[in-house]
Design a protein around this ligand. Structure first.
Ligand SMILES: [Zn+2]
Length: 313
């Protein structure tokens, strides 16, 4: 009897551990310091402060990916803009390179792209060094990383040579469309529309995440550590706390990017050479066979798309 109880308690403890460890996600935020229709310093400060307040409150690790062209005014370093990044580092967060000017590899070609990577690491490296940190991660703008296997291999070699780890993403979504709609509604003084867009945002993100969980199950028979991409934008400055609540409500532990990437799934090759910037889950699924891609990916509601000014997702 005692043995049975012991065995049962062991089983319960094991399954509790399994549940606790089951879901992991890393939060990565792109286009720092801020991406919004209002590019003035006061607005950038406000958005930065609000984003960081949510992150501090939730006590979660976050990495922000920087476009350094936003740190210059009239061709000169702008210390006020650079201070926005110092705010991230002061909160113990990490920074990565997202190229200097957010260019598309597929449009400019490898040489220009590599030059933009080098140009984009100058100030971030200095700021990280002030904190005793090093620049470790790179995220491709538009998630575009080559139309041929040769270009992909050459770029990977270049990045590895500069000690970068590529930051893939699995939890892809269109937060930028919601934020464009939110920005536009704000600019036109349409508070009702702002509220409607805002209230639709986190439920949309949850439906998207549920899709990536199903896609992961189909492909791997388990839920891999997810990597979420969102942007340093207006809507997240208002809703990041709700977004984090949603993640936790689904049982997610929020881990740093390095920890998430230790999941074996990320050691699979990325052989995708299509033109779109798609989730790594879809890259791996396509490599395995077209029947591996789940069809029911949620879309942005029509009223949000219309308000955003985007033609399509
Ligand atoms: Zn970006």
């Amino acid at each position: 009897m005692t043995k049975l109880i012991l065995a049962l308690s062991l089983l319960l403890a094991l399954s509790a551990t399994a549940i606790c460890q089951e879901r992991r996600v890393a939060i990565t935020i792109d286009d720092l310091p801020v991406v919004s229709t209002r590019t003035d310093l006061a607005n950038r400060r406000k958005i930065t402060r609000k984003l960081l307040k949510h992150i501090r409150k939730a006590k979660v690790p976050v990495i922000g990916f920087v476009n350094e062209n936003k740190l210059y005014s009239n061709g000169k370093r702008d210390e006020d803009q650079i201070d926005l990044l110092r705010m991230w580092l002061a909160d113990g967060l990490d920074l990565g390179n997202h190229t200097y000017s957010h260019i598309s590899l597929h449009r400019v070609g490898l040489d220009a792209f590599e030059a933009d990577i080098i140009k984009g690491e100058t100030i971030t490296k200095e700021l990280l060094a002030e904190k005793g940190m090093t620049l470790r991660f790179f995220r491709h703008p538009f998630l575009m990383n080559g139309r041929t296997l040769q270009v992909k291999a050459d770029l990977s070699k270049f990045l590895a040579g500069r000690n970068y780890t590529v930051a893939p993403i699995t939890f892809d979504n269109a937060d930028y469309i919601f934020s464009a709609a939110y920005d536009k509604a704000f600019d036109s003084g349409d508070k009702l529309l702002m509220k409607r867009v805002g209230e639709a945002y986190v439920p949309y993100m949850e439906s998207k995440l549920a899709y990536w969980e199903r896609q992961s199950m189909k492909l791997f028979g388990r839920e891999i550590s997810q990597t979420m991409l969102i942007h340093a934008n207006f809507i997240n400055s208002d809703y990041l706390d709700d977004l984090i609540k949603m993640l936790r409500g689904r049982g997610y532990k929020i881990v740093d990017l390095e920890t998430a990437l230790k999941d074996d799934a990320y050691s699979l090759p990325d052989t995708y050479t299509g033109g779109a910037g798609i989730s790594w889950l879809h890259r791996w699924a396509q490599a395995k066979g077209s029947d591996q891609v789940l069809a029911d990916e949620p879309h942005v509601a029509e009223f949000v798309l219309k308000a955003s000014g985007f033609d399509s997702e």
